[in-house]
Design a protein around this ligand. Structure first.
Ligand SMILES: [Zn+2]
Length: 88
């Protein structure tokens, strides 16, 4: 049982480490495929991936133009700051 969860944990680390590369399509096909299949079985990882993907879609949609990833990062940082601030 611990073997199983260790393996799962490694996959989670790898998936989250590559989150931005994956969303930016900067991973090679093999790595993307691995992450994609991990997201199908792991809810813990699919949440942050889903959040990021939706964030990018919404920002681009709202502004109806090409939004640089740098701006999306800024929005994300603002959201994170907001979350930390209200956490107290
Ligand atoms: Zn995972």
């Amino acid at each position: 049982m611990s073997d199983c969860s260790d393996q799962m944990h490694n996959d989670c680390d790898e998936a989250l480490e590559n989150l931005y590369l994956y969303l930016d399509s900067e991973l090679d096909e093999a790595s993307s495929a691995k992450i994609r299949s991990h997201l199908e079985v792991c809810q813990e990882c699919s949440k942050p991936f889903d959040f990021e993907r939706r964030l990018r879609t919404v920002v681009r949609d709202r502004l109806n133009e090409n939004v640089p990833d740098r701006l999306v990062d800024k929005v994300r940082q603002a959201i994170e700051a907001e979350r930390m601030g209200s956490g107290n």
